[in-house]
Design a protein around this ligand. Structure first.
Ligand SMILES: Cc1cc2nc3c(=O)[nH]c(=O)nc-3n(C[C@H](O)[C@H](O)[C@H](O)COP(=O)(O)OP(=O)(O)OC[C@H]3O[C@@H](n4cnc5c(N)ncnc54)[C@H](O)[C@@H]3O)c2cc1C
Length: 369
């Protein structure tokens, strides 16, 4: 039986970020993943490092997200040094466009409420009119229905596949034990230690981290935790490459480092179905053309569906089991945005056991009522 101090189950962005942070603290860590080719959230996401609009009604989450995007420049450098891979991280600020005055007013109400809820009343997001917005996007003409946008200087984007590759390469360089084709079937707790059985072998560890996305629910029950998560499909379109036209990402469209436009993403309750549909592709493309009509010239070259891992309020769950201390659950939508903090403060919590301030907000007990 292989043994380690900390064993992380799930080799997506979240498990890899946590393993990276734990390994950097010099702790012996093992990473397990079930493998397979299903388009997981970590491979099928939109690649935004996004702060605006996050944390309405939960100021601790807004603060956590802002801290994370502020840590991104240093984190991407650190990752490049340890992996030799650039994730093409850029933070030029980002827009959430409003088609028509009604959408703009609804958006403004959200931004105003977030400002009121913020700790110092200083929420760094502003509403722009169409004219100001167009001046910031000199190379693409805005469509007639664009009324304006909300804008945050902290928003950015990156290549999410490069992020996953960089984390894996860094983990390899750190010499951590990685088992990519091991589906965990059971976890049990005895004599202050965990035994983990996979389809291939057995492992033991003093602590375990359940970071296996939609696989968390079944394993968490075995160590005394109920984690209410569900899948939600997002479809994304990709165009052929073109000249650099758009520097800033929008929540529904961005131009990649290589020149493609990514257009996304739908929100569909279809259980575990990762397929694509013509109807949704049409809707996504049509909204993109309302925003930037000139994009009609570009060919679409790819489309995929991937599953978000959502809690009932779309906010993270970070929790240690009470009945099996040493078993942690880490799950979150926005795993790209939050990677620096998952590798930083959160992995320190797992190693030291000292709960970061305000973490009670992320306890799943909030869903009990
Ligand atoms: C369409 C879409 C767009 C998104 N856009 C953004 C964005 O712009 N910005 C952002 O911050 N976030 C975005 N997200 C969310 C982000 O992608 C997720 O928060 C993140 O990828 C979750 O990572 P994860 O590691 O928890 O889950 P996953 O990627 O699902 O990884 C979990 C891993 O666990 C493994 N696993 C499961 N069960 C077991 C088991 N029993 N044993 C062993 N291994 C197991 C799986 O094989 C998988 O590799 C988006 C998500 C989607 C779907």
């Amino acid at each position: 039986m292989e043994s380690s101090d900390i064993l992380v189950i799930g080799g997506g962005i979240i498990g890899a970020s946590v393993a990276y942070g734990v390994a950097k603290q010099g702790v012996d860590v093992t990473l397990l993943d079930q493998g397979g080719s299903t388009p997981s959230a970590s491979r099928g996401n939109f690649g935004l490092t996004w702060v605006q609009g996050k944390g309405l009604g939960m100021p601790r989450y807004a603060e956590w997200t802002l801290d994370s995007v502020q840590a991104w420049p240093e984190f991407s450098e650190d990752l490049r040094e340890n992996s030799g891979i650039s994730v093409d991280f850029k933070q030029p600020g980002g827009f959430e466009a409003c088609l028509g005055e009604e959408e703009w007013c609804r958006r403004k109400a959200i931004v105003d409420q977030m400002r009121q809820e913020s700790v110092n009343g200083n929420y760094d997001c502003e509403m722009l009119d169409r004219h100001t917005m167009q001046e910031m996007i000199p190379k693409l003409r805005l469509g007639k229905t664009v009324y304006g946008a909300s804008y945050s200087p902290h928003d950015g984007h990156l290549n999410p596949l490069a992020l996953l590759s960089a984390l894996m390469a860094a983990l390899k360089n750190f010499g951590i034990k990685h088992y990519p084709e091991n589906q965990v079937e059971s976890v049990s707790f005895r004599n202050d230690s965990f035994e983990i059985r996979t389809t291939k072998q057995r492992f033991s560890a003093k602590k375990i981290v359940l970071a296996c996305g939609l696989g968390i629910k079944a394993l968490a029950r075995q160590v005394g935790m109920e984690i209410p998560i569900r899948p939600q499909r997002g479809q994304i379109l990709v165009t052929e490459r073109t000249l650099p036209l758009l520097e800033q990402p929008f929540v529904t469209i961005r131009q990649t480092h290589e020149g493609s436009f990514m257009i996304g993403a739908s929100h569909e309750e279809v259980n575990m179905d990762t397929g694509t549909t013509l109807e949704v592709m049409r809707d996504l493309a049509s909204r993109a053309l309302q925003l930037f009509p000139e994009l009609y010239k570009l060919q679409l070259v790819r489309c995929w569906g991937a599953l978000r891992i959502l809690t009932p309020d779309n906010r993270p769950v970070y929790v240690e089991s009470e009945s099996c201390p040493g078993a942690f659950v880490v799950t979150s939508h926005s795993g790209i945005t939050l990677a620096p903090l998952h590798a930083g403060r959160l992995s320190k919590w797992i190693v030291d056991g000292i709960t970061p301030e305000g973490f009670e907000n992320f306890h799943p007990g909030r869903f009990d009522a």
